[in-house]
Design a protein around this ligand. Sequence first.
Ligand code: RB5
Length: 148
Amino acid sequence: MKIAIGSDHAAFFMKEEIRAYLEEQGHEVTDCGTYSPERCDYPVFGERVALAVKAGEAERGVLICGTGVGISLAANKVKGIRAAVCSEPFTARLSRQHNDAQIIAFGARVVGIGMAKMIVDAFLEAEFEGGRHADRVALIGEIENRRG
Ligand code: RB5
């Protein structure tokens, strides 16, 4: 699978580990930065990953900052993008099955590397269930269209 990954400085080392983990599994990973632990601004990387997913350059996105919150908020400003912040695999799986999230986000200051890998696995393995969930996801898009 083509996956875009991004983080800020707070999550740089975790992003490097998750990138390697995904590559070991045979995924084609685009690293959208940051590329060092030097202080930087999480919205930059949230937007980059969101745009890569929106453009179809990546099927899924992985975003990591200190908490996962700021970087997901930035990604969700890109129309049509659904980025879900998760601290455990149950929510990560449901974010695919019910919400059709294309991007998973989590916090390097919140979860350890073992939990982060489980979150990513759950997210990538699950598929959108459609049906009634598709109607609800469409309503999210309608809000974007009405409220801009
Ligand atoms: C950076 O210090 C921190 O604010 C950022 O990584 C993130 O947690 C923001 O939501």
